[in-house]
Design a binder for this molecule. Structure first.
Ligand code: ARG
Length: 501
């Protein structure tokens, strides 16, 4: 018998896994010769017409065409990587990508952490409002208004400077525009070409751009500081500007001839370094933690009520009711929470408005609704399992003592069931605390989002996210300890030994 045969199956499995790990690791650390030619370029492809997904799934847009042309000119093989916009600069710092092209404005703050190529596009921010809005005609009318922006953008920076404005930050520009179309904000501050394209090409209805461009900005390709590719890329841009390739790409996407570009962005003059503000980080995370706690508490409250009702229905003798509740549980357990959040926050109002109802959600109730519906499905199964785990004989014994079914449930079954439920309940509780971070996608500023907002302006990804993780850990540890205490408190053996003493 060969040696391999004599190994137990467990050992063989371990050997196999090691092999897979080895192959994966080789893939993760590519050899140097390969690296010299490939340029990993990060982009956030929800920014038409600069970068977007074509129907075929391929990336397309002005930036994509330009980057490919630059690669060809500079002898670099361009490989695109999709990333969130606010993750591009941290990814450059971490050298996960070699460059980023994403309609990114050259700003003095950004230039402190990363390098920029020479300007490749002239742009500016524009103000979008609902068609026929008489109140907002210019930037000065935005005081105390509700404004939607994309997180980490220059638009978000401008919005932050407006007195009394209520700013909602979204992961992508289209989501911010959707928020305006749904009537939940008064204005969107976003790059003019993108907003105009959305109105013209993507048939975003009922929105218009007001006034002049708010700012003059120049887009640049972002690179890590001291990147060896800066010269190559700048050289390639110069060639493309001269030989007409740039003009052709510009005309393809914008239908006009391009404006003159300066050699360096004016914004870079007079850049000053700003120290990292720990006080601000602390206060942001504190606010975030409180919001996360409030969100969890409300969701657990409604989730418990809903879950108990569904659990009772699940063991009831009424078949249609049982099926209905089973379908509910399967749906909310079997689909991603993220999808449910989007469905409820963006989908439901659009659906109801389509039916002619004037319905809109505030962020907090929408978040609580999504989280409660989801956790109620899990809680129902936990509660049902707990109740059914109590022996049948207990029902019979109570009955023989002359107790009714409600009394039996209350004094005999439920106290025993509750003890069984505690460990899975504690799991669900901890999961819910962590899952509240998902509602960041609807611009809700809970703990994770607060951290993300700090990173978007300070680019200190590791420290900030580590601090965020720590706060979550504190919250979950406290709740785990609470449940452990409850478990020992409800232990009948403990009560007995107390009684003896
Ligand atoms: N130009 C703006 C900025 O640099 C927005 C860019 C957003 N780009 C994107 N692909 N989402 O802040």
């Amino acid at each position: 018998m060969s040696k391999f045969r004599r190994l137990g199956w467990l050992n063989r499995l371990a050997l196999g896994l090691l092999g897979v790990l080895f192959v994966v690791l080789i893939g993760v650390f590519p050899s140097n010769s390969q690296e010299a030619q490939t340029l990993r370029v990060g982009t956030e492809p929800a920014f038409p017409p600069f970068e977007m997904k074509a129907e075929t799934g391929e990336l397309e847009g002005f930036d994509i065409d330009l980057m490919n042309a630059i690669g060809k000119e500079a002898g670099l093989k361009v490989e695109f990587l999709s990333l969130p916009f606010d993750g591009l600069i941290p990814a450059l710092q971490a050298n996960t990508i070699d460059a980023a092209i994403s309609g990114m404005t050259i700003t003095a703050e950004r230039a402190q952490t990363i390098a920029f190529s020479r300007p490749y596009f002239k742009a500016g921010l524009a103000l979008a409002v609902k068609e026929g809005n008489q109140e907002i005609k210019s930037f000065d009318d935005l005081k105390n208004k509700r404004i939607a922006v994309q997180i980490g953008t220059t638009g978000a920076g401008e919005a932050g400077k407006i007195e009394g404005a209520q700013v909602s930050q979204f992961d992508s520009a289209p989501l911010a525009l959707q928020e305006l179309a749904n009537g939940r904000v008064d204005a969107v501050i976003n790059d003019a070409p993108v907003t105009l394209y959305a109105i013209k090409q993507a048939q975003l209805q009922g929105i218009e751009v007001v006034g002049q461009l708010l700012t003059e900005e120049y887009f640049g390709i972002a690179l890590p500081k001291n990147s060896p590719n800066i010269e190559k890329i700048n050289g390639a841009i110069a060639t493309l500007l001269e030989n007409g390739t740039y003009n052709a790409i510009y005309e393809k996407w914008f239908g006009t001839a391009p404006p003159e570009l300066p050699l360096a962005a004016p914004a870079l003059e007079g850049a000053t370094a700003q120290p990292f503000d720990y006080g601000k980080l602390f206060s942001n995370l504190l606010v975030g933690a409180l919001v996360t706690l409030a969100l969890t508490a409300c969701s657990i409250f409604f989730g418990m009520i809903g879950g108990t009702l569904v659990a009772i229905a699940l063991i009831s003798p009424y078949t249609p009711l049982r099926w209905l509740c089973r379908a509910y549980v399967e749906f909310f357990r079997g689909t991603p929470m993220l999808v449910q959040i989007f469905m409820i926050y963006f989908g439901l109002p659009a659906l109801l408005q389509g039916l002619g109802l004037n319905f809109n959600f505030e962020r907090f109730p929408a978040a609580v609704l999504a989280l409660s519906l989801n956790s109620a499905a899990y809680l129902a199964e936990i509660i049902r399992g707990g109740i059914q785990a109590v022996e049948r004989g207990q029902w019979e014994a109570s009955e023989s003592l002359g107790m009714g079914s409600v009394e039996t449930m209350r004094y005999v079954i439920f106290p025993q069931a509750l003890r069984q439920m505690l460990p899975p309940l504690s799991n669900e509780f901890i999961t819910l605390i962590k899952d509240t971070s998902l509602v960041a996608v609807i611009g809700f500023e809970e703990l994770f989002r607060q951290g993300q907002l700090v990173v978007a302006t300070t680019y200190r990804a590791f420290e900030v996210y580590a601090a965020v993780a720590l706060v979550y850990l504190v919250l979950t540890s406290v709740s785990a300890t609470g449940f452990r205490w409850l478990e020992s408190y409800m232990n009948p053996l403990r009560k007995m030994s107390k009684a003896k003493a």
